[in-house]
Ligand binder design. Structure first.
Ligand SMILES: [Zn+2]
Length: 374
């Protein structure tokens, strides 16, 4: 897929151009003096060679005492760290943006706090044309990653699914960079593996990992999408129709349906995303659907026991252990029905994770094949 082809294609091509690179400082100085607006590859390709001769000979077939993959690795260190400086210079006027909250939400379960560390430049100029000895390679790329700095050629687009997939691929390279201990080691490893893959970009072990990961992410995303669209109705934190305040507008970006489950001893506090200062109360109250102000999560009325039942959960309030939240209306606040050994389908709720939140939907709506007539 062209979009995902992005990856670290620059690194690949950087590798092939290793023999003609300078050390970062020299490149920068040259660009400033001779090419202030275009510190690109075409500008620097004829600069003197800073790669040790032995390595240069290995790569360009001039006789070699080092194993070939080793030589490529050593050249890669220089190419990658030089490329890092070059691409930074080429894109110095662009703002380095953090991931959006939407992007973080989807990627945090996979990457943890790395989502807070990477910076992205959109609309970036990538390093696409490289020359090594007699080789000339020109491959356009959609994105390139230099450890925590990601360069994406397209403009930022809010909640863009394809962009998210591309970022997923790139972030695997950020992860690899951290795992390997920084840019120099990443450059070494990347080009060593590139050589070992017979100089086929896509077969590089580090690329395969990134492609496989993005594929897994895409498939899980699509499967969750199908799952969410089949939910029918879900508990809505901002009013809505039905009992108890269930909404049929089911999509993963409907924030009214997102609940944070905050563990408190053996219980959970259910806090709606859209109203961070309240939580679902078991003891009536005002507002929809019976939301009470949070008191540092200590209030017993806000504590729910989540009892696993097959693929579902029964939501039992701490203050009234003989009842549970019912999906089918009823009396009491907020629609609590007597427990019947947890078997009652009206008391079964599905918890579907969406990033760090959950959509809470009743089992009984699933049997309707869509919204049930609550
Ligand atoms: Zn890649």
């Amino acid at each position: 897929m062209n979009l995902l082809k992005a990856g670290l294609i620059a690194s690949l091509t950087l590798g092939t151009s290793a023999a003609i690179f300078l050390k970062p400082k020299v490149v920068e100085a040259h660009c400033r003096v001779y090419h202030p607006h275009h510190c690109g590859t075409n500008d620097i390709r004829n600069l003197p060679n800073q790669i040790p001769k032995e390595i240069d000979d290995c790569i360009n077939g001039g006789g070699c005492s080092l194993p070939a993959d080793e030589a490529w690795g050593e050249a890669g260190r220089i190419a990658y760290t030089t490329g890092l400086t070059t691409i930074a210079a080429k894109n110095s006027t662009l703002p380095a943006k953090s991931l959006s909250s939407w992007q973080k939400e989807h990627l945090r379960p996979y990457f943890g706090n790395l989502v807070d560390r990477v910076k992205i430049k959109y609309g970036a100029t990538t390093l696409d044309n490289w020359r090594v000895g007699n080789f000339r390679i020109s491959i356009p790329s959609d994105g390139q990653t230099f450890c925590n700095d990601i360069y994406i050629t397209q403009r930022y687009n809010r909640n863009d699914r394809n962009l998210l997939s591309l970022i997923t691929h790139e972030m695997v390279h950020s992860l690899q960079c951290e795992r390997l201990g920084g840019a120099s080691n990443f450059g070494y490893k990347y080009f060593k593996e590139y050589k070992r893959a017979n100089q086929v970009y896509r077969n590089n072990k580090l690329e395969r990992e990134a492609y496989d990961f993005a594929k897994k992410f895409n498939s899980e995303y699509a499967s969750l999408e199908r799952q969410i669209s089949s939910l029918g109705v879900a508990l809505d934190a901002n009013g809505g129709q039905g009992i108890p305040y269930q909404n049929t507008n089911i999509n993963r970006n409907n924030h009214n349906l997102h609940w944070k489950l905050i563990k408190y001893q053996d219980y959970y506090v259910l806090r709606p995303r859209v109203r961070g200062q309240v939580a679902l109360s078991a003891n009536g109250g005002r507002g929809n659907p019976y939301l009470h102000p949070l008191d540092h999560n200590h209030e017993h009325n806000l504590h729910w026991k989540l009892i696993k039942y097959q693929d579902y959960y029964v939501l039992r309030p701490r203050v009234r252990e003989q009842v549970a939240l019912s999906a089918d209306g009823g009396r009491g606040n907020p629609y609590l029905h007597p427990l019947n050994n947890n078997h009652e389908h009206n008391l079964h709720w599905r918890l579907t994770p969406v990033g760090s939140y959950y959509i809470i939907s009743p089992r009984v709506s699933e049997s309707c094949g869509g919204p049930c007539p609550f």
